[in-house]
Design a protein around this ligand. Structure first.
Ligand SMILES: *[C@@H]1O[C@H](CO)[C@@H](O)[C@H](O)[C@H]1NC(C)=O
Ligand SMILES: *[C@@H]1O[C@H](CO)[C@@H](O)[C@H](O)[C@H]1NC(C)=O
Ligand SMILES: *[C@@H]1O[C@H](CO)[C@@H](O)[C@H](O)[C@H]1NC(C)=O
Length: 283
Protein backbone atom coordinates (compact mmCIF):
# COMPACT_ATOMS: atom_id res chain seq x y z
CA UNK A 1 0.00 0.00 0.00
CA UNK A 2 1.09 3.48 -0.74
CA UNK A 3 1.60 5.75 2.19
CA UNK A 4 2.48 9.20 1.27
CA UNK A 5 4.32 10.90 4.05
CA UNK A 6 3.88 14.31 2.56
CA UNK A 7 4.16 17.83 3.78
CA UNK A 8 6.43 16.79 6.62
CA UNK A 9 8.56 19.69 5.58
CA UNK A 10 7.11 23.15 5.60
CA UNK A 11 4.41 23.36 2.97
CA UNK A 12 5.94 26.24 1.10
CA UNK A 13 9.56 27.16 0.99
CA UNK A 14 8.52 30.75 0.69
CA UNK A 15 11.32 32.21 2.72
CA UNK A 16 13.85 30.63 0.41
CA UNK A 17 12.08 31.69 -2.77
CA UNK A 18 11.44 35.23 -1.54
CA UNK A 19 15.10 35.40 -0.60
CA UNK A 20 16.02 34.67 -4.19
CA UNK A 21 13.63 37.28 -5.50
CA UNK A 22 15.04 39.94 -3.22
CA UNK A 23 18.57 39.02 -4.22
CA UNK A 24 17.54 39.29 -7.85
CA UNK A 25 16.05 42.71 -7.23
CA UNK A 26 12.62 41.82 -8.60
CA UNK A 27 10.90 42.90 -5.40
CA UNK A 28 9.50 46.17 -6.76
CA UNK A 29 6.11 44.58 -7.40
CA UNK A 30 3.44 45.68 -4.99
CA UNK A 31 1.40 42.59 -4.38
CA UNK A 32 -2.28 42.67 -3.56
CA UNK A 33 -4.40 40.31 -1.49
CA UNK A 34 -6.81 39.79 -4.38
CA UNK A 35 -7.84 41.39 -7.66
CA UNK A 36 -10.86 43.67 -7.25
CA UNK A 37 -10.89 44.32 -11.00
CA UNK A 38 -10.88 41.72 -13.72
CA UNK A 39 -7.34 41.35 -15.11
CA UNK A 40 -7.16 42.22 -18.82
CA UNK A 41 -5.59 38.87 -19.75
CA UNK A 42 -8.63 36.90 -18.57
CA UNK A 43 -11.68 36.43 -20.85
CA UNK A 44 -14.66 35.45 -18.71
CA UNK A 45 -17.43 32.99 -19.56
CA UNK A 46 -21.05 32.31 -18.69
CA UNK A 47 -21.81 28.80 -17.48
CA UNK A 48 -25.56 29.05 -18.11
CA UNK A 49 -25.00 29.93 -21.78
CA UNK A 50 -24.15 27.50 -24.61
CA UNK A 51 -20.50 26.97 -25.52
CA UNK A 52 -19.26 27.33 -21.96
CA UNK A 53 -16.71 24.51 -22.09
CA UNK A 54 -15.08 25.96 -25.20
CA UNK A 55 -14.98 29.41 -23.62
CA UNK A 56 -13.67 28.07 -20.33
CA UNK A 57 -10.96 26.06 -22.09
CA UNK A 58 -9.71 29.27 -23.70
CA UNK A 59 -9.88 31.17 -20.38
CA UNK A 60 -7.81 28.57 -18.54
CA UNK A 61 -5.26 28.59 -21.38
CA UNK A 62 -5.04 32.40 -21.07
CA UNK A 63 -4.47 32.00 -17.34
CA UNK A 64 -1.64 29.53 -17.97
CA UNK A 65 -0.12 31.86 -20.58
CA UNK A 66 -0.15 34.63 -17.97
CA UNK A 67 1.40 32.37 -15.32
CA UNK A 68 4.24 31.79 -17.78
CA UNK A 69 4.66 35.55 -18.31
CA UNK A 70 4.46 35.89 -14.52
CA UNK A 71 1.66 36.91 -12.17
CA UNK A 72 3.53 38.97 -9.54
CA UNK A 73 1.71 37.58 -6.50
CA UNK A 74 2.27 34.00 -7.67
CA UNK A 75 5.92 34.62 -8.54
CA UNK A 76 6.40 36.18 -5.13
CA UNK A 77 5.21 33.00 -3.43
CA UNK A 78 6.54 30.25 -5.71
CA UNK A 79 9.19 31.82 -7.91
CA UNK A 80 9.02 31.33 -11.69
CA UNK A 81 6.50 28.91 -13.20
CA UNK A 82 8.99 27.12 -15.42
CA UNK A 83 11.18 25.68 -14.09
CA UNK A 84 9.28 25.59 -10.82
CA UNK A 85 10.67 24.67 -7.41
CA UNK A 86 8.72 22.09 -5.43
CA UNK A 87 9.00 21.41 -1.72
CA UNK A 88 10.57 18.14 -0.55
CA UNK A 89 8.71 14.91 -1.11
CA UNK A 90 8.97 11.98 1.34
CA UNK A 91 7.46 8.85 0.12
CA UNK A 92 7.03 5.23 1.06
CA UNK A 93 5.54 2.31 -0.84
CA UNK A 94 5.35 -1.18 0.56
CA UNK A 95 4.10 -4.55 -0.58
CA UNK A 96 3.51 -3.66 -4.17
CA UNK A 97 4.22 -6.18 -6.93
CA UNK A 98 6.70 -3.91 -8.62
CA UNK A 99 8.33 -2.02 -5.82
CA UNK A 100 9.02 -1.62 -2.16
CA UNK A 101 10.67 1.72 -1.82
CA UNK A 102 11.29 4.55 0.52
CA UNK A 103 12.51 7.67 -1.18
CA UNK A 104 13.12 11.28 -0.27
CA UNK A 105 13.44 13.96 -2.88
CA UNK A 106 14.87 17.40 -2.20
CA UNK A 107 15.92 20.42 -4.30
CA UNK A 108 13.20 19.49 -6.74
CA UNK A 109 12.96 21.46 -9.96
CA UNK A 110 10.25 20.70 -12.50
CA UNK A 111 10.55 21.90 -16.10
CA UNK A 112 7.96 21.87 -18.84
CA UNK A 113 4.88 23.69 -17.57
CA UNK A 114 5.49 26.62 -19.94
CA UNK A 115 4.38 24.39 -22.83
CA UNK A 116 1.08 23.54 -21.15
CA UNK A 117 -1.82 23.04 -23.53
CA UNK A 118 -5.31 23.13 -22.06
CA UNK A 119 -7.34 20.66 -24.10
CA UNK A 120 -10.58 20.98 -22.18
CA UNK A 121 -11.88 22.66 -19.06
CA UNK A 122 -15.22 21.44 -17.76
CA UNK A 123 -16.92 22.94 -14.74
CA UNK A 124 -19.73 21.15 -12.91
CA UNK A 125 -22.89 23.21 -12.46
CA UNK A 126 -23.71 21.03 -9.48
CA UNK A 127 -20.77 21.74 -7.20
CA UNK A 128 -18.41 23.86 -9.35
CA UNK A 129 -15.68 21.25 -9.24
CA UNK A 130 -13.58 21.09 -12.44
CA UNK A 131 -12.18 18.48 -14.75
CA UNK A 132 -9.29 19.82 -16.83
CA UNK A 133 -7.54 17.96 -19.64
CA UNK A 134 -3.95 19.11 -19.99
CA UNK A 135 -1.13 18.17 -22.33
CA UNK A 136 2.59 18.73 -21.77
CA UNK A 137 4.93 17.74 -24.61
CA UNK A 138 7.72 17.19 -22.09
CA UNK A 139 8.10 17.28 -18.35
CA UNK A 140 11.38 16.87 -16.55
CA UNK A 141 12.00 16.56 -12.84
CA UNK A 142 15.48 17.02 -11.42
CA UNK A 143 16.16 16.37 -7.75
CA UNK A 144 18.51 15.05 -5.14
CA UNK A 145 17.27 11.68 -4.02
CA UNK A 146 17.80 9.21 -1.22
CA UNK A 147 16.28 5.83 -1.84
CA UNK A 148 16.14 2.41 -0.25
CA UNK A 149 14.22 -0.61 -1.38
CA UNK A 150 13.56 -2.75 -4.38
CA UNK A 151 12.30 -1.96 -7.88
CA UNK A 152 11.59 -4.74 -10.38
CA UNK A 153 13.37 -7.17 -8.04
CA UNK A 154 16.55 -5.09 -7.98
CA UNK A 155 17.64 -4.07 -4.48
CA UNK A 156 18.62 -0.41 -4.35
CA UNK A 157 20.27 1.79 -1.78
CA UNK A 158 21.70 5.05 -2.92
CA UNK A 159 21.63 8.80 -2.95
CA UNK A 160 22.62 11.52 -5.36
CA UNK A 161 21.18 13.30 -8.34
CA UNK A 162 18.32 11.92 -10.38
CA UNK A 163 16.02 12.97 -13.15
CA UNK A 164 12.77 11.74 -14.62
CA UNK A 165 11.86 12.86 -18.13
CA UNK A 166 8.37 12.26 -19.49
CA UNK A 167 7.27 12.63 -23.12
CA UNK A 168 3.76 13.54 -24.24
CA UNK A 169 2.20 13.75 -20.83
CA UNK A 170 -1.60 13.74 -20.74
CA UNK A 171 -3.03 14.90 -17.45
CA UNK A 172 -6.63 14.76 -16.30
CA UNK A 173 -6.92 17.07 -13.35
CA UNK A 174 -9.85 16.70 -10.95
CA UNK A 175 -10.25 19.77 -8.76
CA UNK A 176 -12.61 20.11 -5.81
CA UNK A 177 -13.56 23.57 -4.72
CA UNK A 178 -15.76 25.24 -2.19
CA UNK A 179 -17.28 28.64 -2.91
CA UNK A 180 -17.01 31.42 -0.37
CA UNK A 181 -17.77 35.14 -0.29
CA UNK A 182 -15.33 37.96 0.30
CA UNK A 183 -15.67 41.70 -0.28
CA UNK A 184 -18.67 41.28 -2.55
CA UNK A 185 -17.05 38.59 -4.71
CA UNK A 186 -17.41 34.83 -4.87
CA UNK A 187 -14.15 32.89 -4.59
CA UNK A 188 -13.14 29.28 -5.20
CA UNK A 189 -11.40 27.61 -2.31
CA UNK A 190 -9.40 24.85 -4.01
CA UNK A 191 -9.64 22.06 -1.45
CA UNK A 192 -8.31 19.00 -3.29
CA UNK A 193 -6.71 17.93 -6.54
CA UNK A 194 -6.25 14.50 -8.05
CA UNK A 195 -4.54 13.67 -11.32
CA UNK A 196 -4.59 10.82 -13.76
CA UNK A 197 -1.58 10.54 -16.10
CA UNK A 198 -0.69 8.89 -19.40
CA UNK A 199 2.52 9.30 -21.36
CA UNK A 200 4.37 7.81 -24.30
CA UNK A 201 7.80 7.47 -22.69
CA UNK A 202 9.64 7.84 -19.38
CA UNK A 203 13.39 8.20 -19.14
CA UNK A 204 15.23 8.26 -15.84
CA UNK A 205 18.70 8.34 -14.46
CA UNK A 206 19.72 7.76 -10.86
CA UNK A 207 23.35 8.55 -10.11
CA UNK A 208 25.00 6.45 -7.42
CA UNK A 209 22.06 4.08 -7.23
CA UNK A 210 24.12 1.39 -5.40
CA UNK A 211 25.97 3.78 -3.11
CA UNK A 212 29.22 3.89 -5.00
CA UNK A 213 29.37 0.36 -6.38
CA UNK A 214 30.65 -0.03 -9.90
CA UNK A 215 29.70 2.64 -12.44
CA UNK A 216 29.14 -0.16 -14.93
CA UNK A 217 26.42 -1.78 -12.79
CA UNK A 218 24.90 1.65 -12.21
CA UNK A 219 24.81 2.32 -15.94
CA UNK A 220 23.33 -1.04 -16.87
CA UNK A 221 20.69 -0.78 -14.14
CA UNK A 222 19.57 2.64 -15.37
CA UNK A 223 19.54 1.22 -18.88
CA UNK A 224 17.43 -1.69 -17.71
CA UNK A 225 14.95 0.71 -16.11
CA UNK A 226 14.71 2.70 -19.34
CA UNK A 227 14.20 -0.39 -21.44
CA UNK A 228 11.43 -1.50 -19.09
CA UNK A 229 10.09 1.97 -18.53
CA UNK A 230 6.44 0.95 -18.34
CA UNK A 231 7.09 -1.31 -15.35
CA UNK A 232 9.51 1.16 -13.90
CA UNK A 233 6.92 3.93 -14.27
CA UNK A 234 4.46 1.84 -12.25
CA UNK A 235 7.01 1.83 -9.45
CA UNK A 236 7.68 5.55 -9.70
CA UNK A 237 4.07 6.53 -10.37
CA UNK A 238 3.26 7.65 -6.82
CA UNK A 239 6.25 10.03 -6.79
CA UNK A 240 5.36 11.46 -10.19
CA UNK A 241 1.68 11.82 -9.33
CA UNK A 242 2.46 13.44 -6.03
CA UNK A 243 4.83 15.91 -7.68
CA UNK A 244 2.30 16.91 -10.33
CA UNK A 245 -0.51 17.18 -7.76
CA UNK A 246 1.67 19.27 -5.46
CA UNK A 247 2.60 21.76 -8.19
CA UNK A 248 -0.97 22.09 -9.44
CA UNK A 249 -2.54 22.32 -6.00
CA UNK A 250 -0.12 24.97 -4.74
CA UNK A 251 -0.48 27.12 -7.85
CA UNK A 252 -4.25 26.78 -8.15
CA UNK A 253 -4.89 27.40 -4.49
CA UNK A 254 -2.93 30.65 -4.74
CA UNK A 255 -4.42 31.77 -8.07
CA UNK A 256 -7.99 31.32 -6.88
CA UNK A 257 -7.30 33.17 -3.66
CA UNK A 258 -6.11 36.01 -5.85
CA UNK A 259 -8.70 36.07 -8.63
CA UNK A 260 -12.42 36.01 -7.77
CA UNK A 261 -14.38 33.19 -9.41
CA UNK A 262 -16.69 35.86 -10.92
CA UNK A 263 -13.88 36.83 -13.29
CA UNK A 264 -13.79 33.28 -14.67
CA UNK A 265 -17.50 32.50 -14.56
CA UNK A 266 -19.49 35.74 -14.71
CA UNK A 267 -22.77 34.12 -13.73
CA UNK A 268 -21.42 31.91 -10.93
CA UNK A 269 -23.90 31.63 -8.06
CA UNK A 270 -22.91 32.91 -4.65
CA UNK A 271 -22.00 30.30 -2.05
CA UNK A 272 -25.31 31.06 -0.37
CA UNK A 273 -27.25 30.42 -3.59
CA UNK A 274 -25.29 27.22 -4.26
CA UNK A 275 -25.28 25.68 -0.80
CA UNK A 276 -28.51 27.26 0.36
CA UNK A 277 -27.18 28.55 3.65
CA UNK A 278 -25.66 31.72 5.00
CA UNK A 279 -22.91 29.70 6.64
CA UNK A 280 -20.69 29.26 3.58
CA UNK A 281 -18.19 26.94 5.19
CA UNK A 282 -19.92 23.70 4.25
CA UNK A 283 -22.61 22.12 2.13
C1 LIG B 1 13.62 10.27 4.54
O1 LIG B 1 13.55 11.33 5.50
C2 LIG B 1 12.98 10.90 6.72
C3 LIG B 1 12.81 12.14 7.58
O2 LIG B 1 13.96 12.93 7.58
C4 LIG B 1 13.87 9.84 7.36
O3 LIG B 1 13.29 9.40 8.57
C5 LIG B 1 14.00 8.66 6.39
O4 LIG B 1 14.88 7.71 6.91
C6 LIG B 1 14.49 9.14 5.03
N1 LIG B 1 14.44 8.04 4.10
C7 LIG B 1 15.46 7.69 3.32
C8 LIG B 1 15.23 6.57 2.36
O5 LIG B 1 16.54 8.27 3.37
C1 LIG C 1 -5.18 7.16 -19.89
O1 LIG C 1 -5.56 6.05 -20.66
C2 LIG C 1 -6.67 5.33 -20.14
C3 LIG C 1 -6.88 4.11 -20.99
O2 LIG C 1 -6.89 4.45 -22.34
C4 LIG C 1 -7.90 6.26 -20.11
O3 LIG C 1 -8.99 5.59 -19.56
C5 LIG C 1 -7.56 7.49 -19.27
O4 LIG C 1 -8.64 8.39 -19.29
C6 LIG C 1 -6.32 8.17 -19.80
N1 LIG C 1 -5.93 9.26 -18.92
C7 LIG C 1 -5.44 10.40 -19.39
C8 LIG C 1 -4.93 11.36 -18.40
O5 LIG C 1 -5.38 10.68 -20.58
C1 LIG D 1 -10.65 26.42 2.45
O1 LIG D 1 -10.83 25.08 2.79
C2 LIG D 1 -9.98 24.65 3.84
C3 LIG D 1 -10.16 23.15 3.99
O2 LIG D 1 -11.52 22.79 3.99
C4 LIG D 1 -10.33 25.42 5.11
O3 LIG D 1 -9.48 25.01 6.16
C5 LIG D 1 -10.14 26.89 4.84
O4 LIG D 1 -10.54 27.65 5.97
C6 LIG D 1 -10.97 27.32 3.64
N1 LIG D 1 -10.67 28.70 3.31
C7 LIG D 1 -11.62 29.62 3.09
C8 LIG D 1 -11.14 30.98 2.76
O5 LIG D 1 -12.81 29.35 3.12
Amino acid sequence: MLQSVKRVSSLYQIAFICGLIVVNGVNEVTSVEFYAEKPAFLPSCKIYEPGFTKCSTNTVQKLIDQLIIGIPEVVEEFGPFDPIRVHDIYFKQDNSDVATIRANLSDILVKGFSKTVIKESRVSKKDFSWITKIFLPKMRLDANYKMEGRILLIPLKGSGKMYIEIDNLDIILYTKTQLYEKAGFTFDNVTAVRVDLNMTRVRTNFENIFNGQSKEVERSTNEFFNENWRDFYEALKPIIIETVETVLYDIMHKVFELIPANFFVEDIPTSEQLYGTKNNSSK
